[in-house]
Design a protein around this ligand. Structure first.
Ligand code: ADP
Ligand code: MG
Length: 730
């Protein structure tokens, strides 16, 4: 009987690269073809309508009813010209994907004829049933209704034959049910707070923009092999599988030449991404076999995040055309590198200054140090919620394992910057400075750019690293909506910048000169943030101990880690910035706990099924061949001098195999019991804690026996693709 595994392997022998027919087209000739950007708006909207939209995009001015009708009409005409027949509000619910519900443009007019129509009302707001999306209890207390509302700042686009309008998703009572709404709030807050602080250094700045440059890692697995693994199909990771004799120990995959089938796939999804205005810049092989990366040129954070969500969708879809499945799970393979989504974060001004980049003179460098130290202070004060923002059921397998940042948030600055801050701390006195001291500071600060330009060293083990002109948040998981991390990062930065301004202004009111006031506060921040700075090896056990001594949070335990959102300090920072109310925070925590419970429950069920229905029957068949063999030996060899030794060998193999089977059976039974007990808990928190402590450990326990059996059973009988096949076949 041919198993799916062998059929899939056979199929693989015939796989060829599927080269897309658009190869070789000049990217700039079709870039953003399917985006209703300013250029297209200009062509399809009246001057008045165009000015309204750009005013809304740039200054947040509200669009009135009459104008929205005009804009909708222009948008519809453009969409129809480009083959669209449907439209959808596209949003980011609190699941792992985006959501859309397509409606045709058609309506029946008064003469009974079908015509295309798209009104301002439909563009601006819609009312999908919110009851099937996670809401963390918000929908139980109130009505099931939810609203999607147009996010003017992110342009509409066409995918296939559908016009997609980016929207926020809120409950009937106004609470956010998505990632976009709080992200937009956090961005507004950070941009406002940064603009205020910029005024100390330049009166010409009128706008600050937050940027995000993401680097998306992923695995590709041949479709046939993927389909032969129920665990990959249903949980996106392998719940069993003995390690391959060769995996990544030779470091021969990283940056090596990209396999032909894979490059054909990359070109195909990149082409679609370019039509949607996603500025993909980089593609390469990653460290693990069959692991790859795609990265874009950084953009305004909300747009960049929409683009990231969009590309994950495109990549999944296009992969099927190439007989691949793309896996975004952070840890699909045990003991092999996981996948992250490095999130490069910066703030820039409309005068062309990157606030995390040292400038040309002491003034711009003080500005740089101000933003640097405020970011450090924000992360230092709120490392626990920053950690909570990236803790997910899948990412917790990656953090702290195999070349992944640890689950302790720390900041890497590099030797030079650390030294400069150290000097600054010494130079600036607490009280008034003499003119000489001031000059000395200016000289020191003036030297920054030359020193930093060549000296931004890299430390791959740091979860939050300063990389010369930005911070790179490396702990973000590959499957995550990076808005989750950006919401926290920008909220704490906004709050911190506001506090900084209050502190500086207070000193100024007390007669301290502006520059001195700023330096005094910065000096304090240098002292305050020492506990979060760490340039050493983040993978080492010593750091774990040291971090504990410094009082830094270190947990990958979801029920525990996620609760950081509900600490008084966290509620305060979200409340003061207006990003989340306490109720919204409670709802988010509830949603995260529920996701954790459900995912663990699914994994546990899938492993139970694999163990009982796939592995044990196979092993029993193999054992029967051993028993037959033993019987045969008895018939043929019983007079032979080696007989006893031979028999002992066979019997001990049968015994070992049988013991593994017994252990698996017992453990699956106990795991099911543990699930039942956990399911009976009333509170989400109790349930999550029980899933964590009493169900989850069985996953590794059961796997242990299955992986041992994989090394015992005849390879031809083994029903599921092995690690060597999943990792090397392509
Ligand atoms: P590496 O893998 O060495 O970190 P990559 O070139 O793969 O570097 O990715 C760097 C990412 O950082 C890209 O998305 C890039 O656009 C982004 N980036 C560069 N400068 C900035 C900046 N000032 N602000 C935000 N992102 C940035
Ligand atoms: Mg990087």
């Amino acid at each position: 009987m041919a198993t799916l595994r062998f059929l899939a392997l056979k199929e693989l022998l015939n796989r060829k690269p599927i080269n897309p027919d658009h190869q070789g087209q000049l990217t700039s000739s079709y870039f953003a073809k399917n985006v209703f950007d300013k250029q297209k708006m200009k062509r399809h909207l009246s001057k008045e309508a165009y000015e309204h939209v750009t005013g809304a995009i740039e200054k947040g001015i509200k669009i009135d009813r009459k104008m929205s009708d005009q804009i909708a009409l222009g948008m519809k005409n453009w969409a129809i010209e480009n083959g669209a027949t449907h439209y959808t509000h596209w949003f980011h619910p609190l699941t792992d994907t985006t959501a859309e519900k397509h409606d045709a443009f058609i309506v029946i007019d008064k003469d009974g004829d079908v015509v295309e129509n798209f009104s301002g009302d439909l563009l601006v707001q819609q009312e999908p049933d919110a009851s099937s999306f996670p809401s963390g209890g918000i929908r139980n207390t109130f009505e099931a209704r939810g609203y999607t509302a147009w996010d003017v700042s992110s342009p509409a686009f066409i995918v296939g034959t559908t016009l997609c309008v980016p929207t926020v998703f809120v409950s009937y009572t106004g609470e956010a049910l998505d990632y976009k709404m709080p992200l937009l709030k956090a961005l507004t807050e950070v941009e406002k707070a940064a603009l205020d602080v910029c005024q100390y250094f330049s009166k010409t700045v009128t706008k600050v923009t937050c940027n995000l440059g993401w680097e998306q890692e992923y695995f590709l697995i041949d479709e046939g092999l993927f389909m032969a693994r129920p665990d990959l199909m249903l949980t996106d990771r392998t719940l069993m599988g003995h390690s391959s004799s060769k995996d990544q120990q030779l470091d021969d995959h990283y940056f090596s030449s990209i396999p032909e089938r894979v490059i054909a796939y990359m070109e195909d999804f990149e082409h679609e991404a370019y039509t949607l205005g996603i500025p993909i810049k980089t593609r390469h092989n990653e460290v693990a076999p069959n692991q790859f990366e795609v990265a874009t040129i950084f953009e305004e954070a909300n747009l960049a995040n929409d683009h990231n969500q969009l590309i994950m969708d495109i990549m999944k879809r296009v992969a099927r055309k190439h007989n691949f499945r793309v896996v975004f799970h952070e840890k699909p393979f045990k003991d092999i590198n996981g996948s992250g989504k490095h999130s490069n974060w910066s703030l820039t001004t409309d005068t062309g200054i990157n606030l995390f980049s040292p400038g040309k003179n002491p003034r711009t460098n003080t500005q740089f140090l101000t933003f640097l130290l405020n970011a450090m202070k924000a992360v230092c004060n709120h490392q626990d919620i920053l950690l909570a923002s990236i803790l997910t059921t899948s990412n917790m397998h990656r953090l702290g394992a195999h070349e992944a940042p640890p689950s302790i948030i720390s900041i890497f600055l590099g030797n030079e910057l650390t030294r400069i801050l150290g000097e600054l701390e010494q130079v600036v006195p607490d009280s008034e400075m003499t003119p000489d001291e001031k000059t000395s500071i200016k000289l020191n600060i003036g030297k920054l750019p030359e020193i930093l330009l060549d000296n931004t060293d890299r430390n791959r083990t740091s979860p939050f690293a300063f990389t010369g002109n930005r911070f790179e948040f490396r702990a973000v998981g590959s499957s995550a909506n990076c808005a989750s991390a950006l919401i926290v990062l920008n909220t704490i930065m906004a709050n911190q910048l506001k506090n900084f301004k209050i502190e500086v202004d207070r000193l100024i009111e007390n007669g301290v000169k502006k520059d001195e006031a700023i330096l005094q506060i910065l000096k304090q921040y240098i002292k305050d943030t020492k506990c979060i700075c760490f340039d050493g090896n983040g993978y080492s056990q010593n750091w774990v101990k040291e971090a504990a001594r410094r009082g830094l949070t270190n947990t990958t335990n979801i029920p525990d880690g996620i609760k950081a959102y509900l600490k008084e300090k966290s509620i305060k920072v979200f409340g003061e910035t207006g990003v989340f109310t306490e109720k919204e925070l409670e709802a988010r925590v509830e949603v995260e706990l529920e996701k954790f419970i459900k995912k663990t429950q699914i994994e546990s069920r899938v492993l139970g099924d694999i163990a009982l229905n796939h592995i044990i029957p196979t092993v029993v068949r193999y054992m029967n061949t051993l028993i037959q063999n033993a019987q045969g030996l008895k018939d043929v060899f019983s007079e032979h001098s080696d007989y006893n030794e031979l028999m002992d060998d066979r019997l001990s193999l049968i015994k070992e195999t049988s013991e593994h089977i017994q252990s698996i059976k017992n453990k699956v039974r106990n795991m099911t019991k543990a699930r039942k007990v956990a399911n009976r808990q009333n509170s989400m928190n109790d349930k999550a804690c029980l899933y964590d402590t009493t169900v989850r450990p069985y996953l590794d326990d059961i796997r242990y026996h299955i992986d041992k059996l994989e090394m015992i059973v005849d390879d031809e009988m083994w029903p599921m693709p092995k690690y060597r096949e999943l990792l090397f076949a392509r």
